[in-house]
Ligand binder design. Structure first.
Ligand code: AKG
Length: 316
């Protein structure tokens, strides 16, 4: 298997660490400080959103778009502990060494005990709350701008992984990545503030050297921008935009993914590609992506389930 030439797209731990390091030291760390702000629009109608942003594949922050959501009005960590304290979640799931299971109530206690200098921020990333705490959905009503999501046509109405809650402490970071399977990102900020850095889908890093980073910073294809997402704001990022997030305060956000029908073919090809690699080339996949193997297997099982595919049979 050939290695991916664009380091930004690699998933091995060394490449992920190199990219994260570049936000703290070297050419990129200087450039991000003065990166242009992503456009912000207030009072955008559905028609304007579709015409000026979605159909042009232009990212935008919709300021105050969900400011009247009950979650934005009343949620806090304590509120969630009272409401669904016994629900089990995986805390720090993006860090294989730190990942651990806890209840929501235990997680909130952990946050309170993890204060002070030198404490590593705790982050509950990608909580698929729809299966374990579906009642929370009432506080985050569906957005009209997300109705184009084609996943419902593909997978039906069963609770899916395209709504995720992200709860974490000031200083928490989600490293630079693109979302899998060519889905658009819509992220609503519920509590606190997050700083986002984004880069366009053509951003490319060929070498983890000062020259490599300088070339990335100088290229017009990189389209580096920043913005702060505040309670009630929603960001729309078309598929394949890179994003890195830093929590400026304790924060709760809702990640809402949307599959644009225009990306259907690519979406299916990527899902099938993953399945075929697992089925036909498992040893090599395990060798080249040890940290991803189990995740991909789990995702593929969930996908087969959603597609009503019975994995114990060869014929329908
Ligand atoms: O808020 C975060 O930390 C990450 C969110 C994200 O990557 C997403 O919604 O796609």
């Amino acid at each position: 298997m050939e290695s991916e030439p664009n380091i930004l797209r690699r998933h091995d731990l060394d490449s992920l660490a190199a990219v994260e390091r570049a936000f703290h030291t070297g050419p990129l760390s200087e450039v991000v400080k003065s990166a242009p702000q992503l456009e912000r629009r207030k009072g955008l109608t559905l028609e304007e959103f579709e015409r000026e942003y979605r159909h042009q594949m232009r990212p935008v922050v919709l300021e105050g778009f969900v400011e009247d959501w009950p979650s934005v009005q009343k949620w806090s960590f304590d509120h969630l502990a009272e409401r669904c304290g016994s629900v089990r979640v995986i805390v720090d799931s993006y860090n294989t060494k730190a990942a651990r299971e806890a209840t929501v109530a235990e997680f909130v206690t952990m946050l309170k005990e993890n204060e002070g200098d030198g404490a590593t921020p705790i982050y509950l990333q990608e909580w698929y709350y729809q299966t374990t705490a579906p009642e929370l959905a009432d506080d985050m009503p569906e957005m009209d701008i997300a109705q184009y999501d084609f996943r419902r046509n593909l997978y039906g109405d069963a609770p899916s992984t395209n709504h995720q809650l992200w709860l974490g402490q000031k200083g928490g970071v989600t490293r630079l990545h693109q979302d899998s399977y060519t889905v658009d990102v819509m992220h609503a900020q519920i509590v606190g503030e997050k700083l986002w850095y984004v880069m366009g889908p053509k951003a490319e890093l060929r070498a983890d050297t000062a020259e490599g980073w300088k070339a990335l910073c100088d290229s017009p294809d990189t389209e580096l921008m920043q913005f702060t997402l505040k309670p009630g704001d929603v960001v729309y990022l078309p598929a394949n935009w890179y994003h890195r997030i830093e929590l400026l305060s304790d924060s709760i956000g809702l990640g809402r993914k949307c599959l644009d029908e225009a990306n259907l073919r690519t979406h299916i090809r990527q899902r099938m590609g993953e399945l075929l690699a697992l089925a036909l080339n498992p040893d090599e996949v395990k060798r080249t992506h040890p940290e991803l193997f189990d995740v991909v297997l789990m995702r593929s099982r969930a996908w087969a389930n959603r597609m009503n595919i019975d994995l114990s049979r060869l014929r329908p």
